[in-house]
Write a protein that binds this ligand. Structure first.
Ligand code: ZN
Ligand code: ZN
Length: 90
């Protein structure tokens, strides 16, 4: 089931989840790297979070408390997600 989020810019949209740095780059317009879980509009995170995930998660690369705390995953509307992704040329 798709969750719905109410965006100030885009009204009702599909809910997506991204790291706090990607939310920040929506405002700054500065690319910070874009990694995502593979599905369309899958959970996304930046290069700094990717480094932290690998450092904390070892060979499995699993998220743990520290990498998740660093990422600070936040809710974002689907249309905002698409703008962040296209900012990174994807
Ligand atoms: Zn991040
Ligand atoms: Zn939006």
């Amino acid at each position: 089931m798709t969750e719905i989020v109410e965006c100030v810019k885009h009204e009702e949209q599909e809910a997506t989840f991204v790291c706090q740095h990607l939310v920040a780059c929506l405002h700054s317009g500065e690319p910070v790297g874009f990694y995502f879980s593979g599905e369309p509009r899958g959970d996304a995170w930046c290069s700094a979070c990717e480094e932290t995930r690998i450092r904390e998660g070892g060979s499995s690369g699993d998220w743990n408390e520290r990498s998740e705390a660093f990422a600070g995953i936040s809710l974002l509307c689907g249309a905002c997600y698409d703008s962040v992704r296209s900012l990174h040329g994807l």
